[in-house]
Design a binder for this molecule. Structure first.
Ligand SMILES: Cc1cc2nc3c(=O)[nH]c(=O)nc-3n(C[C@H](O)[C@H](O)[C@H](O)COP(=O)(O)OP(=O)(O)OC[C@H]3O[C@@H](n4cnc5c(N)ncnc54)[C@H](O)[C@@H]3O)c2cc1C
Length: 246
């Protein structure tokens, strides 16, 4: 049965997202009407303007730019966490319409790195457990008939480890908020790994919008208080490296 790794792709985003945010802000602060609102926007570097806007907390213009990510090779456990973000939109591969693997290949699943790190014997035990669950799952599918009716009930024996794929759309304000919570070392390892990939892609597409995005410790002292991981310097270095490489 295949062990899979998280993969994140930026599928689509609002064209010229930074120009659009600058334009929305200009509408708030200038007397321009719609016919001349666009004037000078594309010609000028908007990064300082956007930075000032975000520092002021004037964030409604930031909501006009949207980013759609494809995410796969992640667990149902990640799905439970990411879908808590209510301002985002999700489309998730169905476990009713899509049967997961068969007797031979089984379902895709995620192996937590901490289990891999225990060594080959324990990792093999985990894989055997997944094989056993696959036997249960396939047996229920056969017993319940074929198609969505059987998939929808057979899936009850699948583990949190089983892999899923989804599209996630967030506006830039929600994405900044998500990255702030989920790039933080306190976030669980899998969603954190995905969030850092999303940060890299979002920053590549719109560097000014995401220059200060990431965990709270990039923008000041760690906001986690007693729960602080104590690795702010390391985290800042990682973010710098990621943003410089774009
Ligand atoms: C480290 C960590 C540990 C966690 N542990 C747990 C846990 O043990 N149990 C658990 O249940 N959850 C847990 N969560 C999930 C957490 O409680 C939030 O549900 C999740 O992070 C989504 O955050 P959010 O509500 O800020 O984001 P979103 O839903 O994306 O909302 C964005 C923002 O919009 C505003 N907003 C959205 N909806 C409302 C609303 N209805 N009313 C008022 N304002 C709103 C808020 O300002 C919110 O911050 C954890 C999260 C993290 C990062």
């Amino acid at each position: 049965m295949p062990q899979v790794q998280p993969k994140v792709k930026l599928i689509r985003y609002t064209p010229a997202p930074e120009e659009l945010v600058a334009l929305a802000a200009k509408l708030c602060y200038s007397a321009s009407d719609l016919s001349d609102l666009d004037e000078g926007i594309a010609q000028k570097d908007q990064s300082k303007y956007l930075n000032r806007l975000m520092e002021m907390g004037h964030l409604s213009p930031v909501e006009h730019a949207s980013f759609t990510f494809g995410i796969e090779g992640v667990s149902r456990s990640l799905l439970a966490q990411i879908t808590r973000h209510r301002i985002a939109s999700f489309s998730v591969q169905s476990q009713r319409y899509v049967a997961l693997g068969d007797d031979e290949t089984g379902f895709d699943y995620i192996v937590p790195p901490a289990i891999d790190a225990l060594g080959e014997e324990d990792a093999a035990e985990y894989r055997r457990q997944m094989d056993t669950i696959n036997e249960w799952y396939q047996a229920w599918r056969k017993k319940l008939g074929t198609g969505e009716k059987s998939n929808e009930d057979a899936r009850f024996v699948l583990p949190n480890a089983s892999a899923t794929r989804m599209l996630v759309t967030m506006n830039a304000r929600e994405l900044q908020h998500f990255l702030s919570l989920r790039c933080c070392s306190r976030a669980q390892w899998e969603i954190r790994a995905v969030a850092w990939q999303m940060l890299a892609l979002a920053h590549e597409a719109a560097p000014a919008l995401f220059e200060n995005a990431g965990p709270g410790c990039l923008r000041g002292p760690c906001p986690e208080g007693k729960k602080c991981c104590g690795k702010a310097a390391e985290v800042r270095e990682r973010a710098q490296a990621l943003k410089h490489q774009n």
